[in-house]
Structure formats: C-alpha cells, structure tokens
Ligand binder design. Structure first.
Ligand code: 5GP
Length: 116
C-alpha cells in the first residue's frame, strides 16, 4: 500500500473522511460499514497500511492479526451478543475492494442460513 495513494481506510484513520467509529486503540480502528450486509456490520482495520490482505498480515505481524480477532470478539460482545461471523475477503474475485487489510464482523441475527 505504501507505494500508492492512501487507502480509503487510511484516510478515515487520518480523519480526512468521516466514519462512524465504534472503537479505536493504538493498533486498530473499528467502524460501521457504510453498506451493511447484516444488522451489525463492523470493520476492524489495522492502522498500518503495510498489509493488503489477511495472508500478508498473518505472515508479517501475527500478533496484530490476533489483536484484530480479539477486537472482533470484544465488538461482538458489545454489539451482537457475543456471536458473529468474522470474514476477510482476499482478492478481487472474492469481493475484496479495499486493499488495506480489514476484518468484517457480521452479527445481529439473520446469518443462520449462511446466505452472506
Ligand atoms: P471488502 O469488499 O474490501 O472486503 O470490504 C470493504 C468494505 O468497506 C465494504 O463492505 C464497503 O461497504 C466498506 N466501505 C467502503 N468505503 C467505505 C467508507 O468510506 N466508509 C465505510 N464506513 N465503509 C466503507
């Protein structure tokens, strides 16, 4: 990412673009997805733009990946009764549109059919 224009998420982290921020610490920010696919649809985004997808993050900074997962659980505890789907799209054919690694946290009911 560093060799190209800042991602939309870097611009949100820099407060250049508004977002509904639900959690922030030194390593991650969590926002509400602008186009929610479930009653609860949050994104957990590492502040670093060094990793374009979850595979790169797992190799480059496994502790940060673990922190993303722990943050997802914390958010689900607060917003979705502790139950949630954790999703990382990897590659355009899988639906990835922002190449700054982020986790989708989906919850709030309606996911039982596996239709998302
Ligand atoms: P991806 O498709 O890359 O896995 O996920 C990107 C997600 O970011 C999409 O679900 C999309 O709705 C969300 N998104 C894209 N631009 C913005 C934005 O400016 N603000 C917020 N809150 N979400 C965004």
């Amino acid at each position: 990412m560093s060799d190209s224009a800042p991602s939309i998420f870097s611009r949100i982290i820099a407060r250049e673009i508004p977002a509904d921020i639900v959690l922030e610490d030194d390593r991650v920010i969590a926002i509400r997805d602008i186009a929610p696919k479930a009653p609860v649809h949050l994104l957990v985004i590492p502040k670093t733009d060094a990793y374009r997808d979850v595979t790169q993050l797992a190799v480059g900074d496994p502790a940060l990946l673990a922190h993303v997962v722990a943050t997802a659980q914390k958010l689900a505890d607060e917003h979705s009764g502790g139950q949630y789907r954790l999703m990382f799209n990897t590659g355009e054919e899988a639906g990835q549109t922002v190449f700054h690694v982020h986790a989708h946290v989906l919850g709030g009911g309606g996911l039982e059919e596996g239709n998302i």
